[in-house]
Design a protein around this ligand. Structure first.
Ligand code: HEM
Length: 436
């Protein structure tokens, strides 16, 4: 069976136990498979169609794919040094510093401009990027700028963000019109090529400058618990791919978590009752203490806010970027079973509404409920970090401030960007007030 999502038909998702986990089918294929499943299992047609209906509104990534030795080794190293659960425990202090800095910046804004909206994205993105630099390359928070010889310029953190994160994300969706007309491939498209080449060489120049700086630090005997130092210590064949490995981690840290958190705060602004409820749930557990990571599993409503945000605004799959959704296919016949058959009826209601209540159940940390992180061999390895950062951020920001939108903001509704990830088209500009 070779199955792929078709551009004109919304993809449905079926979950399969076993090694390669997920397949995307179109409606006709679903119907065929559903008959087969019903015949061989005890699942009733009603439950089956419920499950399929759930999957239509869960925007999902799909994954059955190739998986070679390089992939396995690089993933193992990233988990061991940065994204796995013990590495995440070691890096907790950096996340706490980041969160304190973010809150401080919002407080500073309120002191200076109490009645003006604050640009959430501007503050959050640079702090996340700072965390990526710290965990990935051991670059401290005090870092302000770096001289890049090839570009003949000293670049600020904001300029680095543009070259290393914003431009490549934009470049990834640049379209070469010749791809649609292969027989016209011979016509030069210089503008397109120069733009991408420039983007590529800027990124190489900046990454090389950062790597050079960090090598000097390591040679001076100053070791840091970070991915860079770890890769050097492993002396594996991966050192040749140092630049790309470090860059991928940096871009992973800097983008999707921002997208998810911004959408969550936007939805909370639009839903004052739910914001109030979340605040009271947090206060019940934390009292006068700041919300910390070890309290997360005691506040199911907070992870429900996160899960429901991923369901409605899955960062890697925007409404407008359907055509560039990551696709996978299976090259052999597989047995399938339905994911989510035992979900509550409540899950099926009003799919366009943002309702965290859907996800308040006994195992609210179950990341497979939305499939937003994929599944199987190619499952997202940053899920733990993304969820921890996003949940703590949402919690702390609601604990310390009340959030609302200006009237103009309300008209910006749920539109997402044309980008690779589903950023809010317009940055969130909320009005904040201190809580007591
Ligand atoms: C809310 C935040 C995030 C979401 C929704 C998300 C989602 C996903 C999805 C759906 C995939 C699988 C794509 C595929 O089928 O190939 C994926 C892969 C991946 N993600 Fe994430 N991600 C998030 C955050 C992060 C973070 C913070 C990092 C790392 C710093 C990260 C690193 C990765 C990596 C390295 C892979 C590739 C895994 C592989 O191919 O084996 N992600 N992510």
């Amino acid at each position: 069976m070779s199955v792929m999502a078709r551009r004109d038909i919304p993809p449905y998702l079926v979950h399969q136990g076993g090694a390669n986990s997920v397949v995307v089918l179109n409606a006709k294929e679903i119907a065929k498979e559903a008959t087969m499943i019903e015949r061989y299992s005890s699942i009733s047609t009603r439950k089956l169609s419920n499950a399929l209906a759930i999957l239509t509104f869960n925007k999902c990534m799909v994954a059955t794919s190739d998986y070679n030795e390089f992939h396995k080794v690089s993933k193992r190293h990233l988990l061991a040094s940065t994204l796995g659960s013990s590495a995440q425990k070691r890096h907790r202090v950096h996340r706490e510093i980041m969160m304190d800095r973010i809150c401080k910046k919002f407080h500073a804004h309120l002191r200076g401009h109490p009645s003006e909206p604050v640009n959430f994205r501007k503050i959050f993105k640079l702090e996340l990027f700072g965390l990526g630099l710290k965990q990935g390359m051991g670059i401290g928070r005090e870092f302000k700028s770096i001289y890049v010889k090839e570009l003949g310029a000293t670049l600020s953190k904001e300029e680095l963000f543009k070259i290393l994160v914003a431009d490549p994300l934009e470049g990834a969706i640049e379209v070469d019109w010749r791809d649609f007309f292969p027989y016209l491939k011979w016509i030069p498209n210089k503008k397109f090529e120069i733009k991408l080449q420039q983007m590529f060489s800027n990124r190489q120049a900046v990454m090389n400058a950062l790597i050079k700086q960090q090598r000097t630090r390591v040679q001076a005997g100053e070791a840091v618990d970070c991915y860079f130092d770890y890769l050097l210590s492993q002396s594996t064949s991966l050192s040749e791919q140092l630049l790309m490995l470090l860059w991928e981690d940096l871009i992973g840290t800097s983008d999707t978590t921002l997208v998810a958190t911004e959408w969550a705060m936007y939805e909370l602004c639009r839903s004052p009752d739910r914001q109030k409820h979340l605040y009271s749930e947090i206060q019940k557990i934390c009292g006068h203490e700041k919300l910390a990571e070890d309290k997360l599993n005691q506040i199911p409503y907070l992870s429900a806010v996160f899960q429901e945000t991923l369901r409605k605004h899955s960062p890697p799959t925007s409404d407008t970027s359907l055509s560039i959704r990551v696709r996978r296919y299976t090259s052999w016949r597989i047995a399938i079973s339905i994911y989510g058959c035992n979900m509550d009826e409540n899950m099926l209601e009003t799919p366009d509404e943002w309702k965290p209540e859907r996800f308040v159940y006994e195992d609210s940390m179950d990341m497979h409920k939305t499939m937003a992180f994929g599944a199987g061999k190619r499952v997202c390895i940053g899920a733990l970090q993304a969820m921890t950062i996003s949940c703590v951020a949402i919690g702390r920001l609601v604990q310390e401030f009340s959030w609302s939108l200006m009237d103009e903001e309300k008209v910006h509704e749920n539109v997402d960007s044309m980008g690779l990830t589903s950023h809010k088209l317009h940055p969130l500009l909320p009005i904040l007030k201190h809580r007591n």
